[in-house]
Each structure stands twice: as C-alpha cells, then as structure tokens.
Design a protein around this ligand. Structure first.
Ligand SMILES: Nc1ncnc2c1ncn2[C@@H]1O[C@H](COP(=O)(O)OP(=O)(O)O)[C@@H](O)[C@H]1O
Ligand SMILES: [Mg+2]
Length: 229
C-alpha cells in the first residue's frame, strides 16, 4: 500500500470564462463555467471535439489563466496565485495525464517517474525507492530501466500515471488518457485511474471520448460550446 496520500482536493469553479485573441478577433472558448467537485470525487467530462474541455483542464491545472472567474482549490483562489508559488503548488498538488505520455525519451521509466521530485529537490535515494514502489503499483516492476521507446503505448501511459503520483497529488487531471490506446490497454489504464481515486483518495477529473471510461465515473458532465450542462 502506498503511503502519504492525504485528502483529495475540493474544487469550486465560479463563473469561469476564457477567450483567446486570434488576430484581432476575440474567440470565446469557455463561457460562465460553474463546477463544484468534492474531495475524493471521481468526475468525467464528455463532449464533442473543440468545445473547450482541454481548455478547462488547463485552467484547473494552472497551466493557463482565465479571462475572468475564479477557481478555488481547497478554498484558496489559485487564479491569482503568483508564479513562483504557483509552480510549487502545481508540482505538489496536481497530477497530469494526457493522451500522449510526454515522457522524456532519453530517460528510463524510473528516472521519468522521479523527475517531478528531482525538480522539487527531493532526496534522490528516497525518491528512487519511491519511484520503484510506484512502478510496482502500476504493474511495471519489470520495466524500470526501459526507456519510453522500448515500451508499448500502455506501458508508457502507466509510467506517466506513476509519474503523476510521485509528489502525492490531491487532484488528478486526465485529458483523454485512453485516447491513444486499444480497448484492452485502455481498460488497464482505466482500472488504475479508478484505483488512484479509491485507494489513494485522489480527486479525479477525466476528459474522455470513451464511454467505457466515462461509465467508471460516478458523475459525468457534458460540455457543449464552452459551458457545462
Ligand atoms: N491557445 C489558443 N489560441 C486560440 N484558440 C485556442 C487556443 N487553445 C484552444 N483554442 C480553441 O478553443 C477551442 C476549444 O479547444 P479545446 O479546449 O482544445 O477543445 P476540446 O479539448 O474540447 O477538443 C477550439 O476551437 C480551439 O481552436
Ligand atoms: Mg481536448
């Protein structure tokens, strides 16, 4: 059993809007999004391509700033946090998984999992032991010293999940995590995401096109044209 996971994050999104300036034209992508996610919840967002799902996840992950509105993360407004503190906050509290694994090609699975901890200055010896435990948890004990190019798509994505766990996040944001995988491999990833929520108490928000994955989430929201319905 993995240690040191605390309480899942609680999220409160209020009147969130985002527009992009395209040339001289203002393109409204998110419009007045309101969303509350309780600690330890598991939520899916589904919707057609281009409706703003990834944009919402980027804002929640503090990778981009909204045009207006607020995001409260455990009652703290993260839309006004200063950049130095924000990168520490993001590194510690939020685990990301994307459609593509975004692993560093020249590093082994073990080193990739250790990376967020190395960036945060965690002691290398304890980090290494922890990364081994996490790779074991995602059933990859036999692939620790493999580089991404020497692993299958499903294995790469499992490394990405282990990497997302190394800092003990309270929120997991997953954008089409099974979008690039076949049905069987997708199911393995799906099982692990559910386990991250149920065993480790991490609050989970998944954007997906997969009905099987959405069916694993007790709450499923639909996004259409920049709003949640
Ligand atoms: N940086 C950007 N600049 C301009 N337009 C953007 C930018 N990012 C996303 N968009 C536009 O916002 C809309 C929603 O994109 P996105 O959130 O990626 O949708 P989804 O994930 O639901 O497919 C799209 O029309 C896209 O072209
Ligand atoms: Mg998207």
């Amino acid at each position: 059993m993995l240690q040191n996971f605390t309480k899942g994050a609680q999220i409160n999104v209020r009147a969130l809007s985002k527009s992009f300036l395209h040339g001289t034209e203002e393109l409204s992508v998110l419009c007045d999004v309101n969303l509350r996610i309780s600690s330890g919840e598991r939520v899916a967002i589904v919707g057609e391509s281009g409706v703003g799902k990834s944009t919402l996840l980027h804002l929640l992950g503090t990778l981009d700033v909204p045009t207006s509105g607020t995001i409260l993360f455990n009652d703290e407004n993260i839309t006004t946090m200063k950049s130095t503190r924000l990168s520490l906050f993001r590194n510690k509290e939020i685990g990301f998984v994307f459609q593509f694994h975004h692993l560093l090609p020249d590093f082994t699975a073990l080193e990739n999992v250790m990376m967020p901890g190395l960036i945060a200055g965690v002691d290398r010896t304890s980090l290494c032991k922890d990364a081994e435990e996490l790779l074991d948890w995602v059933n990859l004990r036999h692939r620790m010293t493999h580089k991404p190019g020497e692993m299958s798509g499903g294995e790469q994505q499992r490394v990405a999940l282990a990497r997302a766990l190394i800092m003990r996040p309270s929120l997991l944001l997953a954008d089409e995590p099974t979008g690039n995988l076949d049905a069987q491999t997708g199911k393995e990833i799906q099982t692990l995401i559910v386990k991250m929520n149920q065993e480790l108490n991490i609050t989970v928000l998944v954007v997906t096109h997969s009905q099987t994955l959405a069916d694993q989430m007790p709450r499923c929201l639909t996004m259409t044209n920049g709003t949640l319905v």
